[in-house]
Design a protein around this ligand. Structure first.
Ligand code: ADP
Ligand code: MG
Length: 408
């Protein structure tokens, strides 16, 4: 189909009619700030380090100019690396949708499933490949795919790629890409430790930052719920009972913890899906799909689901366990409040978590309100001592007071 000439906010950024028409059809009225800033720079051929809050359209910020630059169907010229299977799939789907009125093709490779279909897809010849690093390396070793024609390389959730489980694989993959290429880094969080990988992989990158580097989306309301460890589950049940939620994601620190919470919630008649890395791919797909379809009102997950997943209508995120790294907090709660929607993020905090809770507040640069449930039969904890709480909450008292004063 030939699309009519377009004159909208997306075509004004330099995107061709097929793309500008396609996104309008998808319901995008205006580009988001990261899209407005990143699209022209990517079109100009420069390397980019792009950061913007969770749920603000980073995928389209790189996918749209990439599809524009590809022009028409040819060799495999684009590689997008993603840290999880679910994300690789999601980004491939996004490329499919954006390229609906073009002849650009995309496919995806990820672990936990057979090689045959992926190998066939690769050999058929596609323009854009979304991949998780481990499986891509397997295919490279088996000669299914070569990266010699890659013109644009994207590392999405790039700070996650610094983790030891990924970094060696990612480096090997980058080394197989041509030196003369355009490289794009995207994430909601860009820690300073990224500098080394950036200077190695990028050439004179343009840095685009929307919002503070560490800030969660403004549409999310946060609360800490102090509790003793033995009452966490009861408190969770009571929170669920008192919360008017559509769909909710509960994060735990461990896979076993996720299974345990899921079983107990099922016993309380909640419909529950579970995602963690010890579940097989079929189970992971079923849990995620069931949650998206509304068959499961609750998704219990480890940090494997913390990043990037775009699920409409997640009204609440509950951190049953405080995340280990403050970055993970920002990503976990970013599963709600997406694309201008609002959302609530609750975190259960025990005495053992006070330090981590504090580092979350320091990281996001805000104090999170402590809340108690009226009438809940709380067992006493030092956490409820107002003074201890205040001290735990505000390590840099004078500064935070100043900031609060300034804002008023
Ligand atoms: P991020 O990677 O920044 O977390 P995504 O790229 O996953 O965010 O996008 C979040 C949601 O916002 C997706 O459902 C996407 O379709 C939607 N979206 C992206 N850009 C726009 C836009 N310009 N207008 C409306 N919705 C958008
Ligand atoms: Mg994303």
């Amino acid at each position: 189909m030939v699309v009519p000439p377009q004159d909208n906010a997306f075509s004004k950024l330099g995107l061709n009619d097929a793309l500008a028409f396609g996104v309008t059809e998808m319901g995008y009225a205006e580009p988001t700030p990261i899209q407005t800033q990143a699209i022209p720079v990517i079109l100009s051929g420069k390397d980019v380090i792009g950061s913007a809050q969770t749920g603000t359209g980073k995928t389209a910020a790189f996918a749209l100019p990439i599809i524009h630059k590809l022009g028409s169907h040819g060799k495999m010229r684009v590689l997008v690396l993603e840290p999880t299977r679910e994300l690789a799939l999601q980004v491939e789907e996004a490329f499919q949708k954006f390229s609906k009125y073009t002849d650009i093709t995309a496919t995806v490779v990820y672990g936990g499933v057979g090689y045959g279909k992926q190998r066939d897809d690769l050999r058929r010849g596609i323009d854009v490949l979304a991949a998780t690093p481990g499986r891509l390396l397997d295919h490279m070793e088996q000669g299914d795919v070569k990266l010699g024609d890659i013109e644009i390389l994207v590392l999405d959730e790039v700070d996650r790629m610094l983790d030891m489980g990924f970094l060696p694989d990612v480096k090997r993959i980058i080394q197989k890409c041509p030196q003369a290429r355009q490289t794009l880094f995207f994430s909601a969080t860009m820690p300073p430790e990224l500098a080394q990988l950036s200077s190695w992989a990028l050439r004179e990158p343009v840095e685009i930052k929307i919002g503070q580097r560490r800030s969660p989306a403004e549409t999310i309301a946060h609360a800490f719920y102090p509790a003793v460890a033995s009452q966490k589950f009861d408190l969770l049940i009571e929170l669920l009972r008192r919360t008017d939620f559509k769909s909710i994601i509960i994060f735990t620190r461990t896979k076993m913890g996720a299974d345990r919470i899921a079983h107990r919630l099922q016993a309380e008649k909640h419909s529950v899906g579970v995602i963690h890395s010890d579940r097989n791919q079929r189970e992971r797909v079923e849990a995620l799909q069931g949650f998206k379809d509304g068959r499961f009102e609750v998704l219990v997950a480890t940090d494997i689901a913390a990043r990037g997943l775009d699920i409409a209508g997640v009204s609440h995120v509950i951190n049953y366990d405080v995340p280990e790294n403050p970055e993970d907090y920002v990503h976990r709660i970013g599963r709600t409040g997406r694309a201008h929607a609002s959302g609530d993020a609750f975190t259960l905090v025990t005495e053992d978590d006070v330090r981590d809770a504090r580092s979350i507040e320091r990281f996001i640069g805000a104090t999170i309100e402590r809340k108690k449930l009226d009438g809940f039969p709380y067992v006493y904890s030092a956490l409820f001592d107002e003074k201890a709480l205040a001290e735990a909450a505000a390590p840099e008292k004078p500064k935070s007071r100043l900031m609060r004063g300034a804002r008023r």
